[in-house]
Design a protein around this ligand. Structure first.
Ligand code: ZN
Length: 215
């Protein structure tokens, strides 16, 4: 065995090379997360709220208010009570004429005279018109005319309406009992514009005379 056989053993006096302490590695700071700028969300404006026009109760045709002072019921009522229901049903076809009659003629008459007329007859269904012997071309059958009763002297009301600017087809002083007035309807009644008439009974027949000045 060669000497020193233990030479290959490490010398106990040899100090082990100190292990160089390494700086503990610091993990790199994480890159800040850059969030993409969010695209502005475009919220579409909701469509404007469309409020439907005031709907009156159509299930009850009697309930419709046509203007400040007049209702559908007032314009389809007749003293011939058995015809009220048929009038109320048939009259719906002519409700636009009723609105015109109320707003263009009857309301201005209230403003003019300071008195609300009572409507004795406006719409007449064909059946009612036949029964009472109305004219076949009567505007009443299209709800385009009204017969009005006043508390004031009838001639005063007639003369004031005639002198006003209220547009009408015919203004008729009828038998000293009521005043008939109709809306202008150039399509259905082209010949009736601004006519003033006085109706009287002559030998049992109604006679209509044109008037051009106060009666
Ligand atoms: Zn009439």
């Amino acid at each position: 065995m060669p000497w020193p056989f233990f030479a290959k053993f490490p010398d106990r006096n040899i100090k082990p090379t100190p292990v160089k302490a390494t700086t503990p590695s610091v993990p790199p700071a994480p890159k800040p997360i850059v969030l993409p700028t969010p695209k502005p969300v475009v919220v579409q404006a909701p469509p404007p709220l469309v409020i439907p026009p005031l709907v009156t109760v159509v299930s009850d045709p009697h309930n419709i208010q046509l203007s400040a002072h007049f209702s559908y019921l007032e314009l389809v009522t007749t003293e011939h009570r058995e015809y009220i229901e048929i009038n109320a049903n048939d009259g719906m076809k002519y409700i636009e004429n009723m609105r015109r009659l109320c707003n263009e003629v009857l309301e201005p008459i209230i403003a003019l005279l300071g008195e609300e007329p009572r409507i004795s007859s406006c719409f007449r269904s064909p059946a009612l018109n036949t029964v009472i012997g109305g004219s076949k071309t009567s505007q009443h059958m299209e709800a385009g005319a009204a017969d009005q009763l006043f508390k004031m002297p009838l001639k005063t009301a007639f003369n004031k309406i005639m002198a006003s600017k209220i547009p009408y087809s015919q203004l008729i002083y009828e038998f000293g009992r009521w005043i008939h007035i109709g809306i202008i309807d150039k399509k259905m009644h082209p010949g009736k514009v601004g006519q003033n008439l006085v109706a009287s009974m002559v030998n049992g027949k109604a006679v209509y005379s044109l008037v051009t000045k106060a009666i």
